[in-house]
Design a protein around this ligand. Structure first.
Ligand SMILES: [Ca+2]
Ligand SMILES: [Ca+2]
Ligand SMILES: [Ca+2]
Length: 157
C-alpha cells in the first residue's frame, strides 16, 4: 500500500509540476517522466482462476464459463473494481455475471466473475491468462495473472 501511495504522490507531483510549468519543459524531462508513468500505470493484483482448483484446467472447447476471483489483500480491496470494465483472456472477454463474496474464506470480501470460455480466446497450450480492470472511482487500473492448464476437448463423435 505504501508503494502505491508513494507512486500516486510522485505522479501527482509530476502532473502539478508539468501543469504549472511552461510546456517547453515537459520534453526536456521526458525520459524520467516516461519511466514514472510506465511503472505506475497499472497495479498488479492477486487473481485466482477457478477458485478451489489447482491446476486451473480449462477446456478451450468448453461451452461453459470460467470463474475468476479478484482477491482482496492488505494492499487491495477487490470491491473497488468496476466489474463492467474487467476483461479476461487473450480476447478480453467481459464477465457474464459477477458478485462480491468471500471467495477464499479469509474473512474479507472478494470479487468473483464468470467469463464464457468461448469469449476468452484461451487456446490449447496456453499456460497463463491475464485479467485487467479499472476502479469504480479514481485510481489506477489493475492487472493480474494466473496459470492455466488446457485440457484436450472431449471427443463427441
Ligand atoms: Ca485456481
Ligand atoms: Ca483476502
Ligand atoms: Ca476473502
Amino acid at each position: 500500500m505504501k508503494g502505491i501511495l508513494f507512486s500516486l504522490i510522485v505522479l501527482a507531483a509530476v502532473i502539478s509540476v508539468a501543469g504549472a510549468g511552461a510546456f517547453a519543459y515537459f520534453s526536456d524531462s521526458e525520459s524520467s517522466i516516461g519511466n514514472i508513468f510506465t511503472a505506475a500505470t497499472s497495479i498488479e493484483v492477486e487473481i485466482d482462476i477457478k477458485p478451489g482448483s489447482n491446476p486451473n484446467s480449462i477446456n478451450p472447447d468448453s461451452k461453459g464459463v470460467i470463474p475468476v476471483a479478484i482477491l482482496t489483500t492488505a494492499a487491495f480491496n477487490a470491491s473497488t473494481v468496476d466489474p463492467a470494465t474487467v476483461l479476461f483472456g487473450p480476447d478480453e472477454a467481459q464477465a457474464e455475471h459477477w458478485a462480491i463474496e468471500d471467495v477464499d474464506s479469509d474473512g474479507d470480501e472478494d470479487m468473483i466473475l464468470h467469463f464464457r470460455t468461448q469469449d476468452t480466446g484461451i487456446k490449447a497450450g496456453d499456460t497463463e491468462a491475464e485479467l485487467t480492470g479499472k476502479p469504480l472511482l479514481d485510481g489506477w487500473p489493475i492487472h493480474g495473472t494466473d496459470s492455466v492448464r488446457t485440457v484436450p476437448p472431449h471427443k463427441r463423435k
